[in-house]
Write a protein that binds this ligand. Structure first.
Ligand code: IPE
Ligand code: IPE
Ligand code: MG
Length: 259
């Protein structure tokens, strides 16, 4: 398990190790073209392929995509069912390609709400790709940040009932859905809204946030590059002062409590 950014200061490089994306704006992309919303979702799936490729080529190690939130069940039934079909198609048709490209595939979220057939496809895809090392692609489906925190607390207390008074951040972190990945370095939300929409609430504590008006179906290699360039200009202080960071770069030891 990776140390949390509040317990130890992470190493920071020019390429984000972990990028997390809220892929938003499919419906508006379609509406602009007088197409049904679902046409935007279909086009959005192409943007997923380009982004996975772009991240693998740049040496990003973890890519986490918000595909369906725990609140997206509130949408019209026909849109929900179209999104489920798109998910099934992607699982059936893309997983072999991911495997060929040494990409590990994972799904996080309350999967029990999905049809058994979808759950089986997910299990098979995860098993097939589990030892791949180039990039870990995690899809958040029926995922919510609050669900994640709640399920982690419940599982921890069920396994370790005595820990209610004494558990640490590190103990709880082991039960969170993303426990095998470092916290995201860069968060991207397309589609112009500036909110988290119940995505990774715990893990985004020190993530750099990037919002773009580009609608998800239009997000391509150039748009990914702009996001990474913006990330490179950020100063990640994790609570320290800018002066401390410059001293560290000059090779002097950093005086700090942890990390
Ligand atoms: C994001 O695009 C895809 C999902 C939430 C599944 P939207 O469908 O939210 O598109 P907008 O926000 O209505 O444009
Ligand atoms: C967030 O987008 C969820 C996904 C992209 C899967 P939404 O479009 O559902 O978010 P809100 O409703 O605008 O906050
Ligand atoms: Mg939206």
């Amino acid at each position: 398990m990776f140390k949390s950014s509040t317990l130890a200061i992470p190493e920071v490089g020019p390429v984000p190790r972990h990028i997390a994306i809220i892929m938003d704006g499919n419906g508006r992309w379609a509406r602009k073209r007088h197409l049904p919303r679902v046409a935007g979702h279909r086009k959005g799936a192409e943007a997923v392929r380009a982004t996975v490729r772009g991240c693998a080529e740049r040496g990003v190690e973890y890519l986490t995509l918000f595909a369906f939130s725990s609140e997206n069940w509130r949408r019209p039934a026909d849109e929900v069912s179209f999104l489920m079909d798109l998910f099934v198609n992607a699982l059936e048709q893309e997983v072999a390609k991911l495997h060929e490209n040494d990409i590990r595939f994972r799904v996080i979220g309350a999967l029990e709400r999905f049809e058994p057939r979808i759950q089986a496809l997910i299990r098979d895809a995860e098993a097939l790709t589990r030892d791949n090392a180039r990039l870990t692609l995690t899809v958040a489906a029926n995922y919510g940040g609050r669900w994640d925190l709640m399920q982690a607390v419940k599982r921890m207390l069920a396994e370790r009932p005595g820990s209610a008074q004494s558990f640490t951040e590190h103990d709880l972190g082991r039960y969170l859905a993303m426990n095998d990945a470092p916290e995201p370095d860069l968060f991207i939300r397309t589609g112009g809204e500036q909110r988290i929409s119940n995505f990774l609430l715990w893990q985004l504590a020190y993530t750099e946030l990037y919002f773009t008006d580009t609608l998800w179906p239009d997000f391509d290699a150039g748009a990914l590059e702009l996001a990474i360039q913006s990330y490179r200009r950020r100063e990640r202080r994790f609570g320290r002062t800018s002066e401390q960071l410059h001293e560290k770069l000059a090779g002097r030891p950093l005086v700090s409590g942890t990390g």
